[in-house]
Ligand binder design. Structure first.
Ligand code: FES
Ligand code: FES
Length: 163
């Protein structure tokens, strides 16, 4: 449901998953609501809704950000990417394949945010150590996997991307 209390609007122009969009958005609209409600991109999840779990992680200009803590209007001119952008020509991305093959997802609720955090991490550091992966994924919480398989998934993706 869209949040209440809307007064002023901004014409937001951004690049979302590689496509330019212009939308009138309430000044107080959160990016996660813009993505899910206005753009129909429901891959970005709302978990804690307070910056604690990372389920809402997206990339803004290549850097992982919590969409539940970001105002949509603050993304003026930015490149925003959600998990929907990763699959190309029907083929999963290396990180998506890593999560699939290494069983990095169980219930899957945290997975889109995990994958976007990993995507941002590997763009900034294509050859991370295990400690760097753990640090890079520290803002993302999983209640199912125990994290080992998630680390394996990111390592497998990093290896594939370096080939
Ligand atoms: S929903 Fe954004 S950090 Fe939990
Ligand atoms: S797979 Fe269920 S919360 Fe991570």
């Amino acid at each position: 449901m869209p949040r209440q209390g809307i007064e002023m609007t901004t014409l937001l122009s951004l690049t979302l998953n590689g496509r330019r969009r212009d939308d009138a958005v309430p000044d107080n609209m959160l990016l996660v609501d813009y993505l899910r409600e206005a753009a129909g991109l429901t891959g970005t999840k709302i978990g804690c809704d307070g910056g604690e779990c990372g389920a809402c992680t997206v990339l803004i200009d290549d850097r992982p950000r919590h969409a539940c803590l970001t105002l949509a209007a603050s993304c003026q001119g930015a490149r925003v990417e959600t998990v929907e952008t990763l699959k190309k020509d029907g083929r999963l991305s290396a990180i998506q394949r890593g999560f699939h093959e290494k069983l990095g997802a169980q219930c899957g609720f945290c997975t889109p945010g995990m994958i976007m955090a990993a995507e941002g991490l590997l763009r900034a550091n294509p050859n991370p150590s295990e400690a760097e992966i753990r640090a890079g994924m520290a803002a993302n919480i999983c209640r199912c996997t125990g994290y080992v398989k998630i680390i394996d998934a990111v390592q497998a993706a990093a290896e594939e991307l370096r080939r």
